[in-house]
Design a binder for this molecule. Structure first.
Ligand SMILES: Nc1ncnc2c1ncn2[C@@H]1O[C@H](COP(=O)(O)OP(=O)(O)OP(=O)(O)O)[C@@H](O)[C@H]1O
Ligand SMILES: [Mg+2]
Length: 393
């Protein structure tokens, strides 16, 4: 027997009144902010591109997919449609990685995106769900405190007390709603979830069903259901993925950007997008500064200067692309509000220092050494050297 699952609207109501774990990841409960959302969901932000792709897409689509695998990959990697519509790249990286990720979701295996912090795991997962199901909000955020209810279902206690266990008293998790609707569910930071809670997913992924023993019923996954999980390399060992669960996933490792140009491109694109939503000045004038931030990050991360001549010590922070994006966005805000609107060395220096010096003792020494031996000697970097000395004094 199967049990119908309440729609997103009904869930919003139940989750709110109950305040149970079911609400943990039900973004369906969020009020629609329309054009005023500080950060619109991917399916809203790129609604036009998704629509154009769907119209141009004449390839076969797996059950309940909004687009064919080819169109999903084009949505992520960017391209130009026959009618001239330009699809902006969301992910900058090897095409094959995206193709494997998309293809996995069309099979009966779930997708695990693995990588060091800031390699766009969450970003890619959101865009995949948006392109495939038109909804990226069926999300469970994994933490050390994620309860089983967040993955299975919870109860609206008022209704439970009034009417006993019943379908009306059940608060479905995002995973359960995805199963019932044949949609894409997302689990963030899977390896932060305690092992016994993680194992709840085994039945979901292998039997494609979620039993509800209290009602003697089950929710069977409808065709089109699949799941994308993300996990951080740095969390390895916190809660190792059980081998039983690992076998249910195809793992795709997202790499750090291969070249400095690629990383500059990623940062410039994201900063331009973020800047628009924050009403910051356009980036073109800031590209030189972005290049500098990326160079500093790559050199310190990699432990050697770009020309390979000088060995460097790496600081404790991750210095990810995501952090470079924050540094540049912060710099642009400084330039807009306290400068002349053009991004300069002085605007990014404080941000860089904050990202590099996480451990006030060891990292500061590493930074000072980098500053004196590399930055100071480099042609055209005098302004940057001075700015860093000023904030770091
Ligand atoms: N290769 C890339 N292509 C496009 N954007 C990227 C790339 N790498 C990083 N980014 C950008 O970096 C930002 C952070 O990415 P995201 O939060 O998805 O990282 P993450 O891998 O989930 O990190 P964490 O492990 O900390 O959760 C996003 O805004 C994303 O656009
Ligand atoms: Mg993430």
């Amino acid at each position: 027997m199967t049990v119908p699952v309440p729609s997103a609207d009904e869930t919003a109501e139940t989750a709110e009144t109950a305040g149970t774990a079911g609400a943990a990841g039900t973004a369906g409960a969020a009020e629609t902010a329309g054009g005023e959302a500080l950060r619109p969901h991917a399916e809203d932000a790129f609604a036009d591109e998704l629509k154009a792709l769907a119209a141009a897409d004449d390839r076969p689509r797996p059950a309940r997919w909004r687009l064919s695998p080819w169109a999903v990959a084009t949505y992520l990697l960017g391209g130009t449609l026959p009618d001239g519509t330009v699809i902006t790249p969301k992910y900058v990286g090897p095409r094959r990685i995206v193709e494997v990720a998309v293809t996995t979701l069309a099979t009966d295996r779930a997708l695990l995106l693995l990588g060091v912090p800031g390699t766009a795991k969450t970003w890619v997962s959101e865009h995949l769900a948006a392109a495939i199901s038109g909804d990226s909000t069926l999300l469970v955020q994994g933490t050390a405190g994620t309860p089983e209810e967040a993955i299975r279902y919870g109860w609206n206690y008022a209704r439970l007390l009034a009417h006993g266990p019943s379908r009306e008293a059940l608060v479905p998790s995002p995973v359960m709603r995805a199963m019932a609707g044949g949609m894409t569910a997302r689990v963030e930071e899977l390896t932060r979830i305690p092992a016994d809670v993680q194992d709840t997913l085994i039945t979901v992924l292998s039997e494609k069903t979620l039993p509800i023993p209290e009602l003697g019923e089950e929710v069977q996954a409808v065709r089109g259901f699949n799941l994308i999980a993300t996990a951080n390399d740095r969390d390895r060992g916190v809660n190792e993925l059980s081998s039983a669960l690992r076998r249910r996933f195809n793992t795709v490792v997202l790499p750090l950007p291969a070249t400095a140009e690629e990383e500059v491109d990623i940062v410039a694109r994201r900063v331009a997008q973020l800047g628009r939503s924050l009403d910051l000045p356009a980036v073109p004038e800031g590209v030189a500064e972005i290049r500098r931030v990326v160079t500093v990050f790559r050199e310190l991360r990699g432990g050697t200067t770009e020309d390979g001549r000088t060995k460097l010590k790496s600081p404790s922070g991750t210095l990810s692309t995501a952090e470079a994006i924050s540094v540049v966005t912060g710099g642009l805000a400084l330039a807009a509000h306290f400068g002349d609107g053009v991004l300069r060395a002085g605007d990014v220096a404080a941000g860089i220092l904050g990202a590099v010096v996480r451990d006030p003792a060891a990292d500061r020494v590493i930074w000072q050494e980098y500053l004196e031996t590399v930055v100071r000697e480099r042609d055209g970097w005098k302004d940057f050297y001075r700015a860093c000395r000023e904030v770091g004094a």
